[in-house]
Design a protein around this ligand. Structure first.
Ligand SMILES: [Ca+2]
Ligand SMILES: [Ca+2]
Length: 180
């Protein structure tokens, strides 16, 4: 039996350093994040892919666990959370990573970060003719609490003959005070 004098696990021996989060996208406390986002987490070293799952990497809105798939790419050392559908507008989401391991079994310290999606600032309601042509439309604007602050009704395409351009004929416009 040959005693191994250091060819194995050189320079300090076994890996006892847990992995850490290097960066996230969205960044912690990011705002105005698109509701179509995937979430990506870059880690400091290769992970035990078995330890990366919905059980250890969660996306929550409040206490609600958002249906999503969690994958890990070893080449880029990136965990990706892919929500099953669009996220909600103007909502805070929190990601918790708890129980993820490196290849030596060192467990990453529990890590959380949060971001907020953008509000739905503007929507359009379009009327069409029986032939499928635009006949008129409304635009609605909302405040951060989702209260409508303004609507505009457009009744014509204007001189350029093209709908949804700046010269459309504004037929009516109303503002709403949502301060009380
Ligand atoms: Ca390690
Ligand atoms: Ca126009």
């Amino acid at each position: 039996m040959v005693h191994n004098k250091g060819g194995f696990k050189k320079k300090g021996g076994a890996d006892t350093t847990p992995p850490t989060v290097v960066s996230t996208n969205p960044a912690n406390n990011a705002t105005k994040v698109t509701v179509q986002s995937n979430i990506q987490i870059v880690v400091s070293e290769g992970l035990d892919s078995v330890s990366v799952s919905r059980a250890t990497v969660s996306l929550r809105a409040g206490s609600y666990k958002v249906p999503s798939t969690v994958t890990y790419d070893d080449v880029s050392r990136t965990i990706t959370i892919n929500p099953a559908g669009a996220l909600w507008y103007d909502y805070k989401y929190t990601i918790t990573i708890s129980g993820v391991k490196d290849l030596a079994g060192n467990i990453m310290a529990q890590t959380t970060f949060s971001f907020t999606t953008y509000k739905n600032p503007f929507t359009r309601y379009i009327y069409y003719t029986a032939l499928g042509l635009v006949s008129s439309y409304y635009t609605y604007t909302y405040d951060a609490n989702g209260n409508m602050t303004r609507y505009v009704y457009y009744s014509g395409a204007g001189a350029d003959g093209v709908w949804f351009t700046v010269d459309d004929v504004k037929y009516a416009e109303s503002y709403y005070d949502t301060s009380f």
